[in-house]
Ligand binder design. Structure first.
Ligand code: GLA
Length: 736
């Protein structure tokens, strides 16, 4: 049992392996948040204080009691209109034009298993050992004045220290309501000095780590782009100011949603903190007619008292085992070669075949045909929306090319960008109203393309049919789903004026609908998500695409920082990562092929270059890299991931490692970021080993004690220059 209800005190307690979460219905029916943190026993009600606070109003039912104010009390789902002046989780516009909402406890339900959300991605309990004991708590709150019933959903995966939250809103009144702001999760903290960690970035430089003190006022990140975005990731951490990788308290919030979002942290007048996450409200307005129901997407919460590393590993586990799905969820994925950086649009069937042939000789297992194979698509100015194979360019049918590639013993995969339309396309000529454009205005173009109105079912149906025809025409075992611009000019011909604020959310539901159809109808297909690299790298996409192209930046050194930031909320198996050519196409940097492979192996590994253009010696290295990746796959993807350095602080050396949970095997990887004359020696302390065990290092045969490597560390050998890589593969010796 994970969820407990104590009737007399109306106290809800959720216990996970190491954490406790507690709420209570108070004397006026408000659902107060009492506690979230390390496991505790009993009621935490003693934390609440009541004082007469100036300018913090009192609910009517408190009568003469001025010490009761929702402006000060910690709440589970604060809304606009109750005298709480902090940032609300819910804002509703009533039929009479007012903005008041007042939610009181109505009922609750505890049941086994984890809830799901219609049309939305969500954590599932699954059947693995780690999923046992999952439970759901639903707490319904009601506004008696307007009939709105808000059901707070809590999903508990006790063994993973994971609690999910989502919200269901139902209009049980007689008049229409308008949802103006819906956060899915909100956490109130009574006190404490916290840092907020978030992952900002830009195209080709995603998920930089930023840690700042929470100050008075609000700090807000989010996306107005219709996607979760390169600019801010929908994963945030609130960490005790003292917390480090290995020590201290920290809380995570990960949004299981891929569209526009908002995450806020606010420090109020009494130094209390409110952290919340949900839909971007500026572009949002959802009419909720009598009888209608609305679901807000899920947020994954986790708490660790053992630092940021342990918090990340909680997220790695839940994403890998309870969010990702499909055939390739936990088995090795084919090492692929993608032709994009090798050819861009300039290819034909023979050139692709030659790239595949060379790659297959070196051990690559799948050829991925990127952009340019369909419609009229020799540049990025045309063709999107016309998902018919350009047989003239390929020199035959797609099937004939795929058969040739299969003949090399390789699988075949293909690129699509389903949500987009070029003005120069047959689709646009036939259905100009399928592209987002605001009447009377010229739309903003992005990469010279427009966005299809995926809020309309007929649009999704048409694109799905075209793409499934391609998938049915040949043995296609992988699909790269790209999305190459931010969304603007949101207007749907299918929606009324008061429904336009709902279009962006409906768009996302359309994207999920098509992804779900692909998942159901092509169960063998491996789908890789992508949005100009990592512009939609979020927990929502992971439900459909167990790996996501992490960044269009393939430079190993920049990737170290990008993958470092990504590792806080997402598992290594989700990180699409390729060895590409040098000088690197994004930043011109030259790094050895061994370093490029070392960094790319800390992900879902592949290549993206013309392998016939590298030296014979490098070809030999590629062969060995692929064999090595197969040998190390288990510890990399199934092992626990540890960050050993922070490449945003340490400009000299980057290091990370993987260790099997039982301590049987570990892999340490390091890259020099800088070079100096007469360089100092860098030491790293290993983590996650069995302290009592003796380990043998694979290449040198040298033996080490686990405790010695963890407490004393190990010197990184002088590698002779910048951008050199080093690896240590440790196998636990059998006890005699
Ligand atoms: C995006 C992707 C790239 C490539 C191109 C093709 O930028 O991130 O990997 O697929 O589109 O146009």
């Amino acid at each position: 049992m994970a969820i407990y209800y104590q009737e007399q005190e109306q106290l809800f307690t959720i216990h996970t392996e190491h954490t406790t979460y507690q709420m209570q219905v108070d004397r006026y029916g408000y659902l107060l948040h009492l506690y979230y943190g390390s496991s505790v026993e009993g009621s935490m009600n003693h934390l609440l204080t009541y004082e007469d606070r100036g300018f913090s109003g009192n609910p009517y039912e408190a009568e003469a009691d001025r010490t009761y104010s929702l402006d000060v009390l910690p709440q589970e789902y604060p809304c606009q209109g109750t005298g709480d002046f902090r940032s609300p989780a819910l804002v509703v516009k009533n039929a009479d034009g007012t903005y008041s909402t007042n939610l009181k406890y109505l009922s609750h339900q505890i049941r086994d298993g984890k809830y799901g959300l219609p049309g939305l991605p969500a954590v599932y309990a699954g059947t693995e050992a780690t999923g046992n004991g999952a439970q759901t708590l639903e707490i319904a709150l009601k506004d008696e004045a307007n009939g709105l019933v808000v059901t707070l959903l809590y999903g508990v995966l006790p063994e993973l220290d994971i609690i999910t939250r989502a919200v269901k809103l139902e209009n049980r009144g007689n008049a229409g309501l308008e949802l103006k702001k819906v956060q899915s999760a909100c956490l109130d903290f009574l006190y404490g000095a916290y840092d907020w960690i978030q992952f900002y970035g830009r195209h080709a430089m995603e998920r930089n780590f930023q840690r700042t003190a929470v100050q008075h006022g609000s700090q807000v990140i989010g996306s107005r782009r219709g996607t979760s975005s390169h600019q801010y990731n929908p994963f945030v951490i609130l960490a005790d100011r003292e917390a480090t990788e290995d020590f201290g308290s920290c809380y995570g919030m990960s949004f299981v949603y891929s569209g526009a979002f908002k995450a806020e942290v606010e420090k109020d007048q009494y130094d209390q903190i409110r952290l919340s996450m949900g839909l971007q409200d500026e572009l949002f307005s959802w009419p909720l007619d009598p009888g209608a129901v609305f679901y807000g997407p899920e947020v994954i919460l986790s708490f660790s008292s053992a630092g940021l590393g342990a918090l990340s590993r909680n997220y790695h586990r839940v994403c890998r085992h309870h969010l990702c799905r499909g055939k390739y969820k936990t088995i090795p994925r084919p090492v692929l070669i993608n032709n994009w950086e090798a050819t861009y649009f300039d290819f034909n069937g023979e050139k692709l075949y030659q790239i595949a042939k060379q790659a297959s000789e070196l051990g690559v297992e799948m050829m991925v045909l990127d952009d340019g194979w369909f419609g009229k698509r020799d540049t990025d100015f045309s063709g999107l929306g016309d998902w018919q194979v350009n047989e003239a360019k390929l020199g035959g049918t797609l099937n004939s090319l795929v058969e040739r590639i299969n003949g090399l013993g390789m699988k075949f995969g293909i690129w699509v960008e389903p949500e987009m339309i070029s003005e120069d396309s047959d689709l646009y000529r036939a259905h100009p109203d399928w592209a987002f454009a605001v009447p009377g205005r010229k739309p903003v173009r992005g990469r010279s393309q427009l966005v299809l109105d995926f809020s309309r079912k007929e649009v999704v149906d048409h694109i799905y049919e075209q793409i499934s025809r391609v998938l049915d025409s040949a043995r296609i075992e992988y699909l790269k789903w790209d999305m190459n611009r931010s969304i603007t000019d949101v207007f749907s011909c299918a929606a009324a004026a008061d429904g336009q604020g709902a279009v962006l959310y409906r768009y996302m539901l359309g994207v999920y609908d098509m992804l779900e159809r692909l998942h159901q109808n092509y169960p063998e297909l491996l789908i890789e998500g992508c949005s100009g690299g990592g512009g939609r790298f979020d927990a929502g996409m992971l439900y459909y695409t167990p790996q996501i192209w992490c960044s269009d930046n393939t430079d190993a050194i920049d990737r170290i920082r990008i993958q470092y930031g990504t590792s806080f909320g997402y598992p290594v198996s989700a990180v699409g990562s390729h060895v590409s050519a040098v000088p690197n196409h994004q930043n011109g940097r030259i790094t050895p092929i061994g370093t490029r492979a070392c960094v790319a192996m800390a992900g879902s590994f592949g290549y993206e270059l013309d392998l016939s253009r590298i030296t014979e010696k490098e070809k030999q290295e590629v062969k060995e890299q692929i064999q090595e990746f197969h040998r190390l796959w288990d510890v990399i993807h199934n092992g626990d991931y540890y960050r050993l350095t922070n490449p945003f602080d340490n400009q000299e050396l980057a290091a990370w490692m993987f260790a099997k949970e039982d301590g049987a095997e570990a892999l340490v990887q390091a890259v020099t970021l800088n070079a100096h004359g007469n360089s100092i020696t860098h030491y790293i302390r290993l983590k996650g080993l069995d302290p009592k065990a003796v380990y043998r290092e694979e290449t040198t045969g040298r033996r080490y004690f686990g405790s010695g490597l963890m407490a004393g560390g190990i010197p990184v050998p002088q590698l002779g220059g910048e951008y050199q890589s080093w690896q240590l593969h440790l196998i636990r010796e059998q006890e005699e």
